[in-house]
Design a protein around this ligand. Structure first.
Ligand SMILES: C=CC1=C(C)c2cc3[nH]c(cc4nc(cc5[nH]c(cc1n2)c(C)c5CCC(=O)O)C(CCC(=O)O)=C4C)c(C)c3C=C
Ligand code: FE2
Ligand code: FE2
Length: 339
């Protein structure tokens, strides 16, 4: 009997896991508490000694913060759900269409959230049950931070740990200076100016992190600065026409400065009475942009003597953003998509 080897190439099935931070299932104290507990128990996010942190988290924060934060979520919640989740679903749909149009075939895409639902493991399961054997993990954080991107890597590895086999996996780490990212940001600012006119100053408010994370090696601050400089150049702004700042301080430790809230209070006294403000570290609008920046930030600025405060939406499912995400997928896939 002659045995013939099966030489037919097995076509790889490539899938994409779109990742973001996650959000509560509903804007109730109970669901907010469950979300915060999972998120704030991650040592990558808060790396204090657990013997000190756990009693603070369980004894104080989880007994006080959920009620207050649930009210904030209620103020920005959309009819279809949490803005972060609604936008993520739209991004998934739009990216799927863009890849289909470019490649002439369907590329399975799943959402996976670092905290809350659907989990990263749910997302990977959704891909593998469709026969995917090559996964591109695309965390939607333009700038790498040990508090956001690294937990995605940890969670994917943890998910594979319990499996006999796992899909070949590529991981997109950052895209803070990708030309299509800078172009998408620039386009969104130009479109905003066209509609509303240009303010005296463009504020680029990035999410903050503790200074210690940066001194211990997190490249986040440097990457935010690079994004900001490239964007200012793309828009032809002079140094006096833009500012970088860091929002959302949490806890007692020193965080990156200048802090967005302090800056907003000080600008009117410096003669800057009109600002446009954007959040380039967020791929999707969420509590931190729609409440903290668009609502609370405006109040601080106007109370401090400012006249005009205009929030620029995140890139969300804008076509230029989807073109960037498509490009990131294709760059990661390399020869996987050739066959
Ligand atoms: C505890 C410290 C925190 C660090 C460090 C941090 C980094 C960080 N976060 C984002 C993006 C998002 N954060 C979101 C919510 C959120 N973040 C923190 C704290 C830290 N973030 C908290 C406690 C919360 C929950 C809300 C609150 O209690 O204030 C979200 C989701 C918002 C939503 O709409 O559900 C995003 C997205 C980045 C990019 C980042 C560092 C680079
Ligand atoms: Fe955060
Ligand atoms: Fe926050």
């Amino acid at each position: 009997m002659i045995l013939t080897a099966n030489t037919a190439a097995v076509s790889p099935k490539v899938g994409v896991l779109l990742v973001n931070l996650g959000t509560p299932d509903s804007p109730t104290p109970k669901d907010v508490k469950r979300f915060l507990k999972q998120f704030l128990s991650d040592h990558r996010v808060v790396d204090l000694n657990p013997l000190i942190w756990k009693p603070i988290l369980n004894g104080i924060i989880l007994n006080t913060r959920p009620k207050a934060v649930a009210e904030l979520y209620q103020s920005i919640w959309w009819q279809q759900g949490s803005p972060l989740m609604v936008v993520s679903e739209r991004q998934k749909l739009a990216l799927s269409g863009a890849l289909q149009a470019q490649l002439g075939r369907t590329v399975p895409i799943a959402l996976g959230m670092s905290y809350g639902n659907p989990s990263l493991a749910n997302g990977i399961d959704a891909l593998t049950t469709q026969g995917v054997d090559k996964v591109i993990v695309l965390p939607l954080y333009p700038q790498y931070s040990c508090s956001t991107v690294a937990p995605v890597f940890d969670a994917v590895a943890a998910c594979y740990k319990s499996r006999r086999n796992y899909p070949e996996t590529r991981f997109s780490k950052e895209y803070y200076q990708h030309p299509l990212y800078i172009e998408a940001l620039a386009q969104s600012v130009r479109a905003h100016w066209q509609q509303h006119g240009q303010s005296q100053c463009l504020l680029m408010s990035f999410h903050g992190v503790p200074v210690r994370y940066v001194t211990e090696g997190d490249p986040y601050q440097q990457q935010c600065e690079t994004t900001a400089i490239l964007l200012a150049q793309a828009l032809g702004l002079e140094a006096s026409q833009w500012r970088l700042c860091f929002q959302s301080k949490f806890g007692k430790e020193e965080w990156l400065t200048p802090a967005t809230d302090s800056l907003l209070e000080s600008l009117p006294k410096q003669g800057i009475k009109s600002v446009d403000i954007m959040c380039p570290a967020f791929a999707a609008d969420c509590l931190e942009t729609l409440e903290e920046i668009s609502i609370a930030g405006k109040e601080s600025f106007i109370d401090a003597g400012g006249h005009s405060y205009r929030f620029i939406d995140c890139l969300n499912d804008e076509p230029a953003h989807i073109a960037l995400l498509k490009s990131l997928v294709i760059e990661q896939a390399g020869h996987w998509l050739a066959s």
